[in-house]
Design a protein around this ligand. Structure first.
Ligand code: ADP
Ligand code: ADP
Length: 225
């Protein structure tokens, strides 16, 4: 059964229907991707799953519990982590300090979460002591991901994680995300870059005009676009 499950989501902005009856389940150990043209409703769906936008109708449940009425810190403690499309690292904190913020906000338990996460993302060298301000985009994306990971999430929601990365960085990111999924995390990727989606996702959902119009393995779904 899904760890995070959205049912019959409906979102309206004024008279405009941005989500029109969307169902989506995120399963432990699986990478789910959501693709579709600009305006399809991907960001709106992402914000509903992250709990930052309350749908007019429908529910988002984590292990059976509706998360749309919980404050952000409670969602993080329950095991939902997200990254931001516009990076949200703290510029004056060092790389390691940014990751520690994530560990402190997260599920209690693992005192080694910071070190383990820095190592996993290759941030355990000299860069760990550098302030985030001024680091290249590829490094900042890793810091952002590390901060989310250090919370110990059961569900990891990634908003355009390949944005601004070169081909080698996208490949490295895909390897890390696959390892996380293999470890039992449920991953969602909202992504424009078909290369990342094709090499990474187990299931792809295609959105158009506020609905999911196709779902399946990437080879089948992306091939027909
Ligand atoms: P996507 O992420 O797929 O580009 P969005 O979820 O951002 O799609 O937007 C879906 C539709 O809702 C678009 O037509 C967009 O213009 C509209 N929309 C998004 N946010 C708002 C808002 N705050 N107010 C009004 N319309 C919005
Ligand atoms: P988008 O995907 O539409 O570009 P983001 O996902 O970056 O937007 O951000 C969504 C919303 O969350 C925005 O209103 C933004 O101001 C807010 N936000 C961004 N970073 C943070 C943060 N670290 N903590 C809380 N809210 C944030």
């Amino acid at each position: 059964p899904p760890v995070l499950e959205a049912r019959a989501l409906r979102v309206r902005y004024g008279g405009f229907t941005a989500l029109d009856g969307v169902d989506l389940g995120l399963v432990a150990g699986r990478v789910t991707a959501v693709v579709g043209p600009n305006g399809a409703g991907k960001s709106t769906l992402f914000h509903c799953l992250a709990g930052t936008l309350r749908p007019a109708r429908g529910s988002v449940r984590l292990a059976g519990r509706d998360i749309t009425r919980l404050p952000a810190h409670a969602r993080t403690r329950l095991g939902i982590a997200r990254t931001f499309q516009q990076l949200a690292v703290f510029p004056t904190l060092t790389v390691a300090e940014n990751v520690r913020v994530g560990a402190e906000q997260g599920r209690p338990g693992d005192p080694r979460a910071v070190e383990r996460t820095l190592r996993l993302l290759g941030l355990d060298g000299p860069v760990r002591a550098r302030p985030a301000a001024g680091l290249p985009t590829g490094t900042l994306r890793r810091v952002e991901l590390a901060r989310a990971l250090a919370t110990g999430p059961r569900v990891l929601l990634l908003d355009e994680p390949a944005a601004g990365l070169d081909t080698a960085e996208v490949a490295a990111l895909a390897r890390i995300l696959k390892a996380l999924a293999a470890d039992g995390t449920a991953l969602l990727v909202v992504e424009h870059d078909p290369n990342l989606v094709a090499g990474l996702a187990d299931v792809v959902h295609v959105m158009a005009a506020g609905r999911i119009v196709a779902s399946g393995p990437p080879g089948r779904v992306l091939g027909s676009l």
